[in-house]
Write a protein that binds this ligand. Structure first.
Ligand SMILES: [Zn+2]
Length: 302
């Protein structure tokens, strides 16, 4: 692992020693590329930590040295409460993936974004798991992390290395027996704000995923009308997110709608889709239920 002291490799460090090199970060172009920046403060690092299964805010205590910061997490993950070996493995895999990605960028000119780093992390965890299962006589899996080690962040806008502040929460509600459906969306301008009602609709549908897909398109069209150019759409439907990621797997009945979503997404500056837990789309869920039960369609104005 790279310690603070041992970071002579970094360009910022070379700069301080009078070696002429461009000290800015190759990824985000800002600040000097020291170890704190690479592992914690770089746009890439911040997003990777946030969208990893650990959901860490890596720039919260800026004054803490990298060494202390890493130590505090290792202590936490080793502790009885809040700790697990799987989390520790994930933590170290993320540090390692950021380092590997940085080297690929600097030495091989390969530009990788959040998804690629998380994929590298996932692969490393897979190898760690395999290694442990092979070496431990018990053969017991150590990977009982609180969440599955998936991540579902799809970036379709023009800018792919950032996530927007404007969050659009969407959800669908569907009654199998009657096929009645409702959709809802709520929004907030930035992460510290409260969610407000965006809009909702009712109708009928053949599946829950169809409702989710329809409401996604409607919510995006609404955001576009409100003049938003940068959005983060959050949904609890993993089918929707993986379909947007890989159109070939789209159900033929939804192919057309998924194509429309993808086409609209590319007209945004930033347009990301993130799979979240059910609890994180609570406001949209309530709107969707209300619209289905009362047969209401409405649009708010920001
Ligand atoms: Zn950077």
């Amino acid at each position: 692992m790279v310690s603070d002291e041992d970071a002579s490799f970094f360009k910022g460090n070379l700069e301080r020693r009078g070696i002429d090199t461009n000290p800015s970060c190759d990824y985000c172009g800002s600040e000097s590329e020291d170890s704190q920046h690479l592992f914690r403060f770089c746009n890439l690092a911040k997003l990777v930590w946030m969208y990893s299964p650990l959901q860490i805010c890596s720039n919260d205590v800026e004054t803490v040295s990298l060494k202390k910061w890493i130590q505090s997490y290792i202590l936490l993950f080793n502790s009885k409460d809040g700790g697990s070996e799987a989390k520790l493995d994930a933590f170290i895999s993320i540090l390692w993936s950021l380092w590997v990605t940085r080297n690929e960028r600097v030495f091989r000119n390969e530009s990788k974004h959040v998804r690629a780093v998380l994929l590298t992390m996932d692969r490393m965890l897979g190898m760690a798991k395999h290694f442990k299962e092979c070496t431990l006589a018990t053969g017991k899996s150590m990977m009982n992390i609180c969440k599955p080690l998936g991540f579902d962040l799809v970036q379709l806008g023009a800018v792919r290395n950032q996530v927007a502040d404007f969050i659009l929460q969407i959800d669908g509600s569907w009654e199998k027996k009657t096929r009645k459906s409702g959709g809802g969306w709520a929004f907030k301008e930035h992460s510290n704000a409260r969610y407000r009602e965006g809009g909702g609709c009712y109708g009928s549908a053949l599946s829950a995923t169809q409702v989710e897909t329809e409401v996604c398109l409607k919510a995006m069209e609404w955001a576009e009308k409100q003049g938003k150019r940068e959005i983060l759409v959050i949904t609890d439907s993993s089918v929707l997110v993986s379909t947007l990621d890989n159109i070939e797997i789209a159900d033929i009945s939804m192919f057309w709608m998924v194509s429309r979503i993808r086409r609209l997404a590319t007209t945004f500056n930033i347009c990301s889709f993130l799979k979240v837990d059910r609890g994180q789309v609570q406001e949209a869920h309530e709107i969707a239920n209300k619209c289905r039960k009362n047969g209401v369609t409405f649009n708010s104005v920001i």
